[in-house]
Design a protein around this ligand. Structure first.
Ligand SMILES: [Zn+2]
Length: 352
């Protein structure tokens, strides 16, 4: 169905008998009706006319068909091809295609399709995870009315998709690698660095020994977390952690109010107050504090200038402000005399 029938040219029609024109018209009308009935749908990507079955459904179009591209083209957009022409899943391409189509992308569901394929489980496996995943998105109720904005991406994909966050994460990772070495994976490095930053934002960290203490505390916390995940005992780790807290003079029992304040710099204290008990907003009546400046300019400096007969910025301000409080006696103004108007409305004496 790659090409639809073409209409006959004028020259061709001239050579035909009436009956053949009729049958040619019929043939053309058949195709035309198919088009109107959406039996044939055009794929703008491969430029072919295909049956409705070759397209995914859509709740966004009047026809209920996803016209963006046919199934084949869409799956091509989500995958790579090896040298034998077999499709190979490409997650980033899949995500990009889903974003273009405003389809929801749930990372864990896509990954489980990848795993299912890898394990070869499932009777009627389609060739690619992308294909299976699209069928899920199009048919399962939990995906109904979901769009790209409802997507759940994995951390790494999020990083790739969010350029502003990328820089922060990369910066954090670089700092963490410098501090903790490269024996950890990215997720662990992020945990270590966040933990470390948390410590140094709360406590003074000006000496190398203090740095060392906070590094060790962060590492121990990570080891503890990993041990808990594995279900291993954390007794030794807890003990070391307590030891390091001791070394840094950070034990909670020592944190009576005085030592708590002593252990912190003024800056960290202020930051702590700002974060936990920030100053309330200024009362609305006091919010516009700048007006005070105008008052001083007008009634102090302006007044003094006026008194001394100086003509300057301040005496101008004084005059402008005072004008508001000055009452001028009414005076007769010939130009705005309204005698004529009065006469027009009420009639003049002459009329009587
Ligand atoms: Zn196509």
């Amino acid at each position: 169905m790659a090409n639809l029938r073409q209409a006959k040219t004028d020259d061709e029609i001239k050579k035909l008998t009436v009956n053949s024109v009729k049958s040619a018209y019929h043939e053309l009308a058949l195709d035309y009706n198919h088009l109107l009935n959406l039996d044939y749908v055009y794929c703008p990507h491969c430029g072919k006319w295909k049956t409705v079955k070759a397209f995914y459904s859509s709740t966004e179009t009047a026809s209920g068909i996803e016209h963006f591209a046919c199934k084949e083209c869409l799956i091509d957009m989500c995958t790579d091809k090896d040298k034998d022409g077999n499709r190979i899943d490409n997650k980033q391409k899949t995500i990009n295609t889903f974003r273009r189509l405003d389809w929801v992308f749930i990372d864990s569901d896509y990954e489980s399709q990848i795993n299912t394929l890898a394990e070869g489980v499932g009777e009627k496996n389609r060739a690619t995870a992308a294909q299976q995943y699209i069928v899920m998105v199009k048919s399962l109720p939990q995906y109904k009315n979901k769009h790209w904005c409802d997507s759940e991406l994995s951390v790494e994909d999020d990083i790739e998709n969010n350029s502003e966050d990328v820089k922060i994460v990369q910066k954090t990772l670089r700092a963490a690698k410098k501090r903790f070495g490269t024996d950890y994976n990215n997720e662990e490095l992020m945990f270590l660095e966040n933990e470390y930053q948390d410590w140094i934002s709360r406590y003074d960290c000006s000496q190398k020994a203090q740095e060392e203490t906070f590094q060790n505390l962060s590492i121990l916390k990570l080891m503890k977390r990993n041990a808990i995940k594995k279900g291993a005992s954390t007794k030794d780790l807890d003990y070391s952690y307590q030891q390091w807290l001791d070394t840094g003079n950070l034990k909670p029992k020592q944190n009576t109010l005085d030592t708590f304040s002593d252990a912190q710099t003024m800056g960290t204290l202020i930051q702590k107050y700002e974060e936990t008990r920030p100053l309330p907003d200024i009362d609305p009546e006091l919010a516009d504090v700048d007006k005070i400046g105008t008052y001083i300019d007008a009634f102090y400096r302006g007044h003094a200038s006026k008194m001394l007969g100086l003509k300057n910025r301040f005496s101008n301000i004084y005059e402008r402000v005072m004008a508001k409080y000055t009452v001028n006696p009414p005076s007769y103004d010939e130009e705005s005399d309204s005698e004529i108007l009065f006469d027009k409305i009420f009639g003049s004496k002459d009329d009587e």
